[in-house]
Design a protein around this ligand. Structure first.
Ligand code: AMP
Ligand code: MG
Length: 396
């Protein structure tokens, strides 16, 4: 049985970075930036008004003759503002050269063609200078970032209309088990509901993969035929990774000419994990228990996906236990779901209670997996290793 670190090393050796392609920004959500994005022009592109008000030609006067033109947002740049004059400008409008400050319309009055200030105005007030946020060719977003909604907004503002992104990993996922029911009705006798199918679909979707999913009964020949035909960067078989007469993942991978690199790992949950390779295609056989699936996805499959995509791989970190933790202390390394907080003592991991590897009730609150190794008991406050699942909260 291999150690968790051996599996990681084998994944790292077997997984190759995917090629890149250009996609329209509207299709770039969740894709990984393959090339550092640079600003196409200055931002703001011109001196811009931050408010509805008046451009002033001086700051040491209290009234100005108001010109008859207005600089609305979107209007072409207008003539120079002459000395002694003010000009109406609206938010986002091009500020004329010769402007010393902008006064908000709430802070002045327009009477008989003159603008009277109600309060003094500071040099440059409400004036957004061209290039103050970024200059043309500035780095906007480094490569190897996954593009989320915030990044989409940023790239759009920078004129990156077709970013270069990694190809989507093609993932084929087989959900296997005679007992699985995917219908809408009451459960047939002896059946359970399929949670791994929807769970992995959502996890893979969030990672930016292109997913094809099949549901199969425990039929070795059908699984082997399907796995043999699959065109994928990553193949995942859920269920059937064990050694019973109903477990067909191993035989299907061997039948499809995969080399099995890992067959069992010192990990609880996750012991029956299978990892294989055929050329650039990687394959995982995952134990069917839903919590095992979830753990194996985060500990192993996600690492492979991140290697293909050029994303940083999830790394172990340290945290203090928020409460005592018990484990069996039988030499098996265990993953314990935990909620993270960040206080004055740094990162704290609060173990969440779960009954067995079919129990998903704590997952919505889980931020990290504690790696429990060696001991049978840890006291509150002890340092432990964790694998973060979600973003780590920062100290405030
Ligand atoms: P297996 O790895 O196929 O031996 O399955 C181990 C346990 O996980 C069994 O109790 C299965 O019923 C359960 N299981 C397998 N696949 C799923 C699934 N897709 N959804 C929920 N439970 C499952
Ligand atoms: Mg099964």
């Amino acid at each position: 049985m291999d150690e968790i670190e051996d599996v990681w090393a084998k994944i790292d050796r077997a997984a190759f970075l995917l090629e890149s392609e250009r996609v329209l920004l509207d299709h770039a959500h969740r894709r990984v930036l393959a090339e550092t994005a640079l600003a196409r022009e200055d931002n703001p592109p011109f001196d811009q008004s931050a408010v509805d008000g008046y451009a002033l030609s001086a700051i040491d006067e209290t009234s100005f003759l108001c010109e008859e033109i207005t600089a609305h947002a979107g209007d072409a740049p207008q003539a120079v503002l002459r000395s002694g004059m003010a000009r109406r400008v609206l938010t986002g409008g091009v500020v004329p050269s010769g402007t010393q400050a902008i006064v908000m319309q709430e802070h002045c009055e327009l009477r008989d063609g003159r603008v009277f200030l109600n309060q003094p105005c500071k040099q440059g007030s409400f004036l957004r200078h061209a290039g103050a946020i970024w200059k043309k060719q500035d780095v906007i977003l480094e490569q190897n970032n996954q593009i989320d909604a915030a990044a989409i907004g940023l790239l759009a503002a920078a004129g990156v209309t077709a970013p270069s992104v990694r190809l989507q990993p093609r993932v084929v996922h087989w959900v296997t088990g005679n007992e699985l029911y995917r219908g809408d009705g009451p459960l047939p006798a002896g059946a359970i509901r399929d949670s791994n199918g929807p769970l992995l679909r959502a996890l893979l979707d969030a990672a930016g993969a292109q997913i094809t999913q099949y549901s199969l009964r425990d039929d070795g020949a059908a699984l082997t035929a399907s796995v043999t035909q699959a065109q994928a960067d990553i193949l995942i078989i859920s269920g059937g990774a064990g050694h019973s007469e109903r477990d067909h993942a191993r035989a299907a991978l061997l039948g499809a000419n995969f080399e099995i690199l890992i067959d069992g790992v010192n990990s609880r949950p996750g012991k029956p994990l299978i990892f294989g390779q055929k050329g650039s295609a990687l394959a995982f056989g995952l134990p069917g228990n839903p919590l095992s699936q979830w753990v194996c996805y985060h500990v192993f499959v996600k690492r492979a996906l991140h290697r293909l995509l050029g994303l940083p791989v999830p790394e172990l970190r340290e945290a203090r236990l928020g409460s005592a933790l018990r484990d069996r202390g039988d030499g098996r390394k265990s993953w314990q779901p935990a909620r993270l907080t960040c206080g004055l003592d740094g990162l704290m991991a609060h173990p969440l209670a779960w009954q067995h590897s079919g129990d998903l009730t704590q997952l919505p609150q889980t931020d990290a997996l504690i790696l429990a190794e060696g001991n049978a008991e840890w006291a509150s406050g002890e340092l432990v290793k964790i694998l973060p699942i979600s973003m780590i909260p920062s100290a405030r």
